[in-house]
Ligand binder design. Structure first.
Ligand code: SRM
Ligand code: SF4
Length: 555
């Protein structure tokens, strides 16, 4: 079992938190500071928030002897990434009233809002509650937003998978009523036994836990990057069950060789229905009981799995489940790209996937994305769906409404944006990084678009402009844009410098490897130019950049 004598400080905070309440109420009332108390910073994550500060303004604030400009980032829990038009309208207004205004679609199919001042946190959560949205366990040492293949009704299977994501999210939701008491002013429970939590108990998990569900051949959720992945297996157009995998995770720490990105290992097959819920639930309990609780850098399920060994892990899982996993069934992933543009589903409904660069929905003079999506929401003729590639799907449009929605998308330049963006740009993902992420060592979403413009010129030079090479950038090695599963990755090492990694595949089934360390922009472009030249001259038909890099033994 896990280290009992040397628990990390977060473990103590959780245990004495009275069901994640801590002193959050007191912290909120304190008007002297824009921050909350130190222990509460760990607890507030379980309620879907992070305390941050504007890193662009640290120096200026310090020079003026002011405390840093603290604010909160709030992340919603939206399993499967689906919201109604009414909810989009609410999101739009809440973003405008309480935050920087930018709606950030994340790599886990939900949204984040940044820059919420302490006094605005409760009103923000209350407004979301009115819109039937919450941020419970969107962060913290619990199961996070359950992601699943987008295009919910693209086939009956998608609808079923979406339902699984909801049920799993519910199954792994903490029982504590702290969220309702602290943020929504509900009365404290008279009888605390009502919130006893057999899954999380009083220590919750050693670390975050992530679940993703994919439907082959598309791996749009990057299923192998999740602690627990489910790969839908279809026979005769029916969902028969899932291959279940464990131990995916991207995060690593520079200079700490004990940490590493890892793709999930397929453990076996579980037939559709109750056994799936049981298997996922018990995988969480195995991690709860065996995960490392002393060193948070080594506490994700991937390390638990590698420490135990796959065989022992499966044996423990099967013992807890009371049934054996069946042998894994065949499946094949071919790509991860979203289906941009209009697509019709089996029920005759239409879906438009709009390209949203790095998931940032905001208005600028050329591209008033927020205004456009609000206008669409106000028609009440669509739903909205987030994708794990940080894009937005205008969903469930009926045949007779399609022209009207198309007209709005066209009027605001979204059709042209989506059609004209190069395959390279559409495939790219960057994490948030500066100015809000406290862990960022280098820029990512503010920098990648410009770098892509330069790389596009190189691809044109080598007639590779139609190639949708996957490029992902993160401001640090934590891997929020799942960079280690990209064909080309830039991983921030210090301001303006990135490790260049190459050799992942397009379907997210192979990790890339370090090619050159800590390059600045000139060096990156110089290296890429050489690589693209060789790729254009020597690749086989249909060979992707990542596969070519591996064949050439570049890494
Ligand atoms: Fe992440 C931490 C942003 C997806 C691995 N991530 C953070 C924090 C909260 C920084 C912090 O701890 O203070 C970042 C907030 C930045 C900001 O200002 O908003 C942050 N992560 C993001 C998002 C918003 C990136 C994006 O641009 O979309 C994604 C939000 C997902 C969501 O809606 O839940 C996001 N993070 C991921 C993913 C991708 C995924 O889950 O598919 C990963 C890699 C998969 C994994 O978990 O291994 C990821 N984030 C991390 C890690 C490394 C965890 C590890 O155990 O190795 C950290 C650091 C940590 O937890 O200590 C982290
Ligand atoms: Fe922040 Fe690093 Fe995640 Fe980027 S990868 S959002 S820099 S923690």
């Amino acid at each position: 079992m896990s280290e009992k004598n040397n628990l990390s400080s977060t473990e103590h905070i959780k245990m004495k938190s009275d069901g994640l309440r801590g002193t959050l109420k007191e912290s909120l009332k304190d008007e002297i500071t824009g921050a909350i108390r130190e222990d509460d910073r760990a607890l507030v994550k379980f309620h879907g928030m992070y305390q941050q500060d504007d890193r662009d303004r640290r120096e200026e604030r310090s020079a003026k002897k002011l405390e840093w400009l603290y604010s909160f980032m709030l992340r919603l829990r939206i399993p499967g990434g689906f919201i109604s038009a009414e909810q989009w309208e609410a999101l739009h207004h809440i973003a405008g009233e309480h935050t920087t205004g930018v709606i950030k679609i994340t790599t886990r199919q939900t949204v984040q809002l940044h820059g919420i001042l302490k006094s605005h946190v409760k009103p923000t959560i209350q407004a979301f509650n009115t819109a039937k949205l919450d941020s419970i366990s969107a962060c913290g040492d619990v199961n996070r937003n359950v992601i699943c293949a987008a295009h919910p009704k693209f086939s009956p299977l998608h609808e079923e998978i979406y339902n699984y994501s909801h049920k799993l999210s519910q199954l792994a939701k903490p029982k504590t009523k702290a969220y309702y008491e602290v943020w929504l002013d509900e009365k404290p429970l008279a009888n605390k036994t009502e919130e006893e939590d057999p899954l999380y108990q009083d220590r919750y998990l050693p670390r975050k836990f992530k679940i993703g569900i994919a439907i082959p051949p598309t791996n749009d959720v990057d299923v192998f990057a999740n602690d627990c992945g489910l790969i839908a297996i279809e026979e005769n157009n029916k969902l028969v069950g899932f291959n279940i995998l464990a131990g995916g995770g991207m995060g690593a720490t520079h200079g700490n060789a004990a940490t590493y990105p890892r793709l999930g290992t397929v453990l076996g097959f579980v037939p559709a229905g109750e056994k799936v819920y049981k298997a996922v639930y018990e995988m969480i309990t195995v991690q709860r009981d065996y995960g490392n609780r002393s060193d948070r850098k080594l506490s994700r399920l991937k390390y638990t799995l590698d420490n135990m060994g796959v065989e022992a892990f499966v044996a423990e899982l099967e013992k807890r489940c009371g049934f054996a996993l069946e042998p894994e069934r065949p499946y094949k992933f071919t790509g991860r790209t979203d289906l941009y543009g209009w697509h019709k589903n089996h029920e005759g409904k239409w879906y438009y996937t709009a390209f949203i660069e790095n998931g940032r929905v905001h208005d600028d003079e050329q591209l008033p994305l927020k205004t456009a999506f609000l206008e669409i929401a106000l028609t009440r003729k669509t739903n909205f769906r987030f994708t794990c590639n940080q894009n937005l799907i205008i969903a469930d449009v009926s045949e007779e409404d399609k022209n009207q929605i198309h007209g709005i998308l066209d009027k605001y330049g979204i059709i042209s944006l989506t059609e004209k963006a190069t395959p390279l740009r559409k495939e790219s993902i960057a994490c948030v990084a500066f100015n809000t992420c406290p862990l960022a060592l280098a820029e990512a979403q503010r920098y990648l678009p410009g770098l892509i413009s330069k790389i596009e010129l190189q691809l044109e030079k080598y007639r590779l402009q139609d190639d949708n090479i996957s490029i992902r950038m993160t401001g640090c090695p934590n891997g929020c844009a799942r960079p280690y599963a990209a064909e080309i990755a830039f991983i921030g090492t210090s301001y303006g410098h990135y490790n260049l990694q190459i050799g992942g595949d397009r379907a997210g089934t192979r990790l890339n490897k370090l090619y050159k360390e800590s390059l600045n922009e000139d060096a990156i472009l110089q290296e890429l130019d050489g690589l693209f030249k060789k790729y254009s001259e020597n690749r086989n038909a249909e060979e992707t950049f990542g596969d070519f890099a591996m064949r050439m033994n570049w890494v």
